[in-house]
Design a protein around this ligand. Sequence first.
Ligand SMILES: Cc1cc2nc3c(=O)[nH]c(=O)nc-3n(C[C@H](O)[C@H](O)[C@H](O)COP(=O)(O)OP(=O)(O)OC[C@H]3O[C@@H](n4cnc5c(N)ncnc54)[C@H](O)[C@@H]3O)c2cc1C
Length: 410
Amino acid sequence: MTGDGKRVLIAGGGPVGLLCAWLLGRQGIEVRLFDENDGPRADPRAATTHPATLELLADDGLAADMARVGLVAPIFQFWDRPSGALVAEFDHALLKDDTRFPYVVQCEQFKTARLILERLRGLANVEVLFGHKVERVEQEGSGVRIGVRNAGVTMQHSGGYLIGADGGRSTVRKECAVPFEGFTWPERFIVLTTPYDFEAERGYSYRSYFADVGAWCNCFKVSADGPPGLWRTVYPVDPAEKDDDVMSDAGVQARMQAFFPAPRPYEIVHRNLYVTHQRVAARFRRGRVLLAGDAAHVNNPIGGMGLNGGIQDAANLCDKLARVLRDGAPETPLDLYDLQRRTVAVEFVQEQSIANKKRLEAREPEARKRNFDELRAMAADPARARQFLLRTSMLASQRRAEAMRLEGAA
Ligand SMILES: Cc1cc2nc3c(=O)[nH]c(=O)nc-3n(C[C@H](O)[C@H](O)[C@H](O)COP(=O)(O)OP(=O)(O)OC[C@H]3O[C@@H](n4cnc5c(N)ncnc54)[C@H](O)[C@@H]3O)c2cc1C
């Protein structure tokens, strides 16, 4: 391949697209990335970065930079909201012999995006084009051509491969007619962010999960613009509730007070309402187009696995794509990417994130008791707690993926 054929096009400059640009660009590969926004979005989404992901971001200091601008959180807790009882606490220190990172790092995804953008500025072979919307995708024998709209004008760009990292509504996935299989939750999820110090006032750890009858709350701390930081609380919203009521000051206060009664109204610095899906693309590779991140899979945020999965996709894919482009290796590894990462998405992330939600929202007293008994028993037994942490930290699924081979391959 010569000229444009050596270039990788990337649709989407969220954390996954930017990371792909960095992982390829730092190996000297020519990259052109397009994002329809004017710059990275600062909406309050992912923060929790698990040990399996930190391992992949260690060698160039990104994991250390994320810890520096974020928070290190070794412990997470499960609480019974109605009784106020702490059900179980898990400490990643139990993984000290399994990983260099026996903790999660709470780093807001826009900070991660900024850290990667800073690195990209030093690479002459990487172009990052904000304000550019990818609209059309065409594949031909030796490359991909895309139609990109900027300031009302559509231009064609060519490359050897295209990475679709353009989020859950991915245009690239739709252009390639790849089905997005799964379902959408009827309830929406609301994120309410407050400076109220849940640790000092109530003893909650930086990641605390609350079970309630038919409801739940995911409560976690982020460093925000510096100490004392902010707390994000995530709740389900009944489909019958109207958006205006849900987002009103009265609605927001009522939701916070119902979960965490307090003598004064909460200060709320952000409120966001999300539709949430559980979906996986039917394939992650269509010829010269590869899907990664939310374009390939979406899930509910309980357990914090969506972006982690996307970063793991990026590391897996870019390693293989670099070998194909730089060393002229056969394309078979790209099928292995599809096998490894799609299996993790379907068999681990989907299953685990749905189970996490069901565990928190169980209604029947026997089911609630069973769930709590199991969590307590696991937390009390270091061997079982370690196994549980290997799953929640995504180390088990990451190692399983690495060990997978294509049928018939050596
Ligand atoms: C409330 C909440 C909490 C979450 N918490 C966690 C967590 O703790 N841990 C975790 O791992 N995950 C979490 N997630 C999930 C996480 O936010 C996503 O998995 C993550 O944003 C995916 O990154 P991405 O780069 O694939 O996609 P996105 O962040 O969606 O980025 C896609 C980019 O593509 C651009 N784009 C879209 N269409 C086009 C186009 N046609 N042309 C050009 N550009 C385009 C967009 O502008 C955007 O910048 C959470 C999600 C929510 C909603």
